[in-house]
Design a protein around this ligand. Structure first.
Ligand code: NAD
Length: 495
C-alpha cells in the first residue's frame, strides 16, 4: 500500500511510525497511509527551512522568478497527473480538479512578477539633501496549514508568493488528501528550487501545534473551518507570529424579481452542487426576493434532479462523493434536522446509492424551501450538496439576511437593475461580492478573503495582500556626510 511521507530537504522521509488511512471517497477503500510527523520529523523540517533561508533570500528576485517560471511550465505539463491525484483522494470530478489546479497555477504566474511586485517607494529630498525609500524584506520561515477541499489550489494560494518573496515555507496539508502536496513539492525541486526552501510535513493537530508554538516560524497562513481558524489565530498570535486564518462560510445568492431566472438557476446549481458543495465559495443559501420564489424553487428542483452524481472516473459526472463517511453522516443529520425544524424538503439526497459504488460517500443534491433564519441549517455551514431557499419580501430584507449572518466570505446578486447592484456591492458586509456571477472568486492578481467569522487576521491571501503578508516593510532615511549640518538637533526636523 502506498505510503505518503514528508518532503524535507528535497527527499521523501518520515521518522515516525504513526499512520492514518487515506481513502478513495468514491469506493470507501483505503488507498494509502499517510505517515504522521513526529517531533523529530518536525525538527528536521525546521532545520532545513532555516538553513536554506538566508541564501534563498539573497537570491535575486529575478532568479527566483525564473525558477517560478520553470515551475509554471512543469505544472502545466503535469496538470492531468496532478488532477488525477486530487480526484482520487478528494472525489471531485476530473475537470473540476483541473480547474482548481489552474487557479493555483495563476498564483504561480502572478508570483513570477516578483521583481516588479517587490519594488519599493522612493522620495527625494524628504529633508534638505535627505532621501527616503522603502523596501520589503522576507519574514524568514513561513508555514501554511490547509484544508481537504482544495489540496492543490489552497496551498498554492500561499507558498508561491511566500517563496517568491524570499521566504522558505513549510506546508502542512490536510491529512485526508495529502499526496498532491508531495507531487507539487517534487515539481518545484525539478524546476530548480534549492532543497529546503519548500518542505512538506504530514500530520494532524499534533504537528499543527508544533508549528504554532515554534519560535523559528515567523508566520502562519491557515485555511479551514472557523473554530480551528479562530484557534490558529489566537494561538499563533500568542506566540508572536503574523497570522492569517481563513474560516468557513454560508454564501447567499440573492435573486431579484428582475433577474434573468435561467442564469440565476444555472448559477445556483453550479455553485451549490459543484464539488458536492465542498467549496468555501459554494452557494448554500438562495434568497428568493418577492414573487419569484415559486418559479425559482421549481426550476432549481428540475435541474437538481438532472444532475449526474458519479465517481470522478465517469467523464459525465457533475458531482462526486463527499470526503468521508463521518462527513456524509453529518450532512445527513443536518438534512434530518432541517425537516424537524420545519423546512420543506423538496429534494432529498440521503440514502443515495450508485451501483458498484455502494460503499462510496455519495449524497444526492438536496433542496430545502421555506428555510428561516432561526433554523440550524441556515445558521451553520453544512459543507455538502444542500441548498436552502429562504424567501425575502424585498431587497432590504434580503440585504439584512446577508449582513446579519455570522459568516462573510462570498455573496452574489442576480438582477438587471444597476442601482440595486451598486447598492448591494457597496453595502453588503462580505469580503467577495458578485453581480450576476455565482462564485465571485477573485483572480490571483486580486486578493481572496472574507469578513466576519470567515477570516481572522488583517490580510487576505494572494495578490498584493499576499506580498504584503509575506514581507516586512522597512523605510530608510539617508543623507551623505558632506551635506550634514554642524551641531546636534534637539527638535524633530520638520522640513
Ligand atoms: P479543518 O478545519 O477540519 O482542517 C483544516 C486544517 O486544520 C487541516 O490541515 C487539519 O489537519 C487541521 N486541523 C483540524 N483540526 C484541527 C485542530 N483541532 N487543531 C489544529 N489543527 C487542526 O477543515 P477541513 O474540513 O479540512 O476543510 C473544510 C473547511 O475549510 C470548511 O469549513 C470550509 O469552508 C473551509 N475552507 C475555507 C476556505 C476559505 O477561503 N475561507 C477555503 C477552503 C475551505
Amino acid at each position: 500500500m502506498k505510503k505518503i511521507h514528508n518532503y524535507i530537504n528535497g527527499s521523501l522521509k518520515s521518522l515516525s511510525n504513526d499512520e492514518l488511512a487515506v481513502e478513495d471517497p468514491s469506493t470507501g477503500e483505503t488507498i494509502g497511509k499517510v505517515v504522521l510527523s513526529s517531533e523529530e520529523d518536525f525538527k528536521e523540517a525546521i532545520e532545513s527551512s532555516k538553513a536554506s533561508q538566508v541564501e534563498w533570500s539573497n537570491t535575486t528576485p529575478l532568479k527566483r522568478s525564473r525558477i517560478l517560471s520553470n515551475y509554471k511550465n512543469l505544472i502545466e505539463e503535469n496538470l492531468e497527473d496532478l488532477a488525477k491525484i486530487v480526484s482520487q483522494e478528494h472525489g471531485k470530478t476530473l475537470d473540476d480538479a483541473k480547474g482548481s489546479i489552474t487557479r493555483g497555477l495563476e498564483v504561480v504566474e502572478f508570483a513570477c512578477g516578483i521583481p516588479h511586485l517587490l519594488k519599493g517607494e522612493f522620495s527625494q529630498n524628504v529633508g534638505s539633501n535627505i532621501d527616503s525609500w522603502s523596501i520589503r524584506q522576507p519574514l524568514g520561515v513561513c508555514a501554511g496549514i490547509t484544508p481537504f477541499n482544495f489540496p492543490a489550489m489552497v496551498p498554492m494560494w500561499m507558498y508561491p508568493i511566500a517563496i517568491a518573496c524570499g521566504n522558505t515555507f513549510i506546508l502542512k496539508p490536510s491529512e485526508k488528501d495529502p499526496s498532491c502536496s508531495i507531487k507539487l513539492a517534487q515539481l518545484f525541486t525539478e524546476a530548480g528550487l534549492p532543497n529546503g526552501v519548500f518542505n512538506v510535513v504530514q500530520g494532524d493537530k499534533k504537528i499543527v501545534d508544533l508549528i504554532l508554538r515554534n519560535s523559528e516560524i515567523s508566520s502562519v497562513s491557515f485555511v479551514g473551518s472557523t473554530p480551528v481558524a479562530k484557534y490558529i489565530y489566537e494561538e499563533a498570535a500568542k506566540f508572536g507570529k503574523r497570522v492569517q486564518a481563513l474560516g468557513g462560510a454560508k454564501n447567499h445568492l440573492v435573486v431579484m424579481p428582475d433577474a434573468n431566472l435561467n442564469q440565476a438557476v444555472d448559477g445556483i446549481i453550479g455553485a451549490g452542487y459543484g464539488s458536492a458543495g465542498e467549496r468555501c465559495m459554494a452557494i448554500s443559501v438562495a434568497v428568493a426576493v418577492g414573487d419569484i420564489a415559486d418559479e425559482l424553487v421549481e426550476k432549481i428542483h428540475v435541474e437538481a434532479q438532472n444532475l449526474k452524481v458519479a465517481p470522478w472516473t465517469d467523464p459525465e459526472s457533475d458531482m462526486g462523493p463527499v470526503i468521508s463517511k463521518e462527513h456524509k453522516e453529518k450532512i445527513e443529520d443536518y438534512i434530518t434536522l432541517g425537516v424537524k425544524e420545519g423546512a420543506k424538503l423538496i429534494e432529498d439526497g440521503r440514502n443515495y446509492k450508485i451501483q458498484g459504488y455502494e460503499n462510496g460517500y455519495f449524497l444526492g443534491p438536496t433542496l430545502f424551501d421555506n428555510v428561516t433564519k432561526e433554523m440550524t441549517i441556515y445558521k451553520e455551514e453544512i459543507f455538502g450538496p444542500v441548498v436552502s431557499v429562504i424567501r425575502a419580501k424585498d431587497y432590504d430584507e434580503a440585504l439584512k439576511l446577508v449582513n446579519n449572518h455570522k459568516y462573510g466570505n462570498g455573496t452574489s446578486i442576480y438582477t438587471s437593475d444597476g442601482e440595486i447592484s451598486r447598492h448591494f456591492t457597496t453595502n453588503s458586509k462580505i469580503g467577495m461580492v458578485g453581480v450576476n456571477v455565482p462564485i465571485p472568486v477573485p483572480m490571483a492578481f486580486h486578493s481572496f478573503g472574507g469578513w466576519k467569522q470567515s477570516l481572522f487576521g488583517d490580510h487576505s491571501v494572494h495578490g498584493m495582500e499576499g506580498v504584503h503578508f509575506y514581507t516586512k516593510l522597512k523605510t530608510i532615511t539617508a543623507r551623505w556626510p558632506k551635506s550634514i549640518q554642524s551641531g546636534p538637533e534637539f527638535v524633530l526636523p520638520t522640513n
